[in-house]
Design a protein around this ligand. Structure first.
Ligand SMILES: [Mg+2]
Length: 96
């Protein structure tokens, strides 16, 4: 395969993955409220993240190949949500 086609396919896969993460972020905000307004502690976010990581492990242990990427996307989306909340808290702390 040519380098060009390889790069286009690689970009397409990345685009698809980021799209899935953004969709999952929107779903989470709808379910739990906007991440930047949740004002949760680092420990609370870590607990949520580890719960989601556990679901990745569960998918692997159960041989659930269809759910494996879904759960990984949820892990990534929780990381993004925690970063959004952290950024909002930093903003409030430093800029009132
Ligand atoms: Mg999950």
């Amino acid at each position: 395969m040519s380098d060009h086609i390889d790069r286009v396919l690689d970009a397409s896969v990345k685009q698809d993955i980021w799209s899935r993460i953004l969709l999952e972020r929107a779903r989470q905000d709808e379910k739990w409220g906007k991440a930047r307004e949740r004002n949760q502690t680092k420990r609370q976010w870590l607990t949520i993240l580890m719960e989601e990581v556990g679901e990745v492990a569960e998918a692997i242990l159960e041989g659930d190949d269809a759910n494996y990427p879904v759960e990984l996307v949820q892990v990534a989306a929780v990381c993004v949500a925690a970063l959004e909340d952290w950024a909002a808290q930093e903003e409030r702390e430093h800029h009132g």
